[in-house]
Design a protein around this ligand. Structure first.
Ligand code: DGL
Length: 270
């Protein structure tokens, strides 16, 4: 199976892109809705929660896991890859969303002026900046934390005048800096994409995260046939949450944009 992990529902936007681009595989989605949001938590807590989630997904047979959550990708992925994985599951892989998005931003930028928006934890980590600079040192990078956007999306306030006012305020510095490429560094921002594009104007390209991550996963599996060969291809999708399954199903269908037949609640902390 391919494991897809998010702190809640947001990663379903990434799963949806996987199902479109790579429909043959078996997927297991885990949303840690009981402990969301991750974006306002400390590095230690985010690491512990993410490691528990990864351990759960591996114990269910996933060969490769994608951390769809930007906060987990920026605050926990490196430590998991460098310290935890070699000791516990040396033959399996955990991937994140930062490198795919950074690579795509560097390919897309015209004037080397890139903006990143995300949760407090993601922007604080400076991981996007580091990965972007590894690819091209002389970039101008501007990061902006947007902590109010996740609750606005979860409340269904997309498109409301109040939400647009908040968006305008968050994006005003990036506009002043004349960025030409914007990374949406949080799963939930995909729902605000149209408004963000309108506010940023036609001189700024807003990257389509889920599509990019799906494309990069396909590329990864092509380059690693030894891993790809171990992933069953029965087109099954299984959903697990750490909180109320019915609430997950109702919210999740909005994020996934299709039916979720059955969700089970699981405990992932030992
Ligand atoms: N899924 C998280 C992310 O992509 C946003 C929600 C949260 O704060 O947990 O950063």
């Amino acid at each position: 199976m391919i494991g897809v992990f998010d702190s809640g529902f947001g990663g379903l936007t990434i799963l949806s892109a996987f199902l479109k681009k790579l429909p043959a595989y078996d997927y297991l989605y885990l949303g840690d809705s009981a402990r969301t949001p991750y974006g306002s938590k400390s590095q230690e807590v985010i690491y512990t929660y993410t490691r528990q989630a990864v351990n759960f997904l591996f114990s269910k047979g996933c060969m490769v896991i994608v951390l769809a959550c930007n906060t987990a990708s920026t605050k926990a992925l490196r430590k998991i890859q460098q310290e935890w994985l070699p000791v516990n599951y040396p033959d399996r892989r955990v991937l994140g969303v930062v490198i795919p998005l950074a690579e795509s931003a560097v390919e897309s930028t015209r004037y080397g002026r890139i903006g990143v928006i995300g949760t407090q934890a993601t922007t604080e980590s400076r991981v996007y900046e580091e990965e972007l600079r590894k690819l091209r040192t002389e970039l101008k990078i501007y990061e902006q934390a947007c902590p109010l956007l996740v609750p606005l999306v979860e409340e269904g306030w997309v498109g409301k005048p109040e939400s647009n006012m908040i968006l305008k305020k968050y994006l005003s510095r990036l506009k002043r800096k004349k960025i030409d490429t914007l990374i949406l560094g949080c799963t939930h921002y995909r729902f605000l994409e149209k408004d963000i594009e309108r506010i940023m104007g036609k001189n700024c390209r807003v990257l389509n995260g889920p599509e990019i991550v799906a494309y990069k996963l396909e590329d990864y599996l092509t380059r690693h046939p030894e891993i790809e060969a171990l992933i069953p291809r029965n087109k099954t999708v299984t959903y697990r949450t750490t909180d109320d399954p019915e609430r997950f199903r109702v919210f999740g269908e909005k994020f996934l944009n299709q039916n979720i037949p059955r969700v089970e609640r699981v405990m992932i902390d030992p």
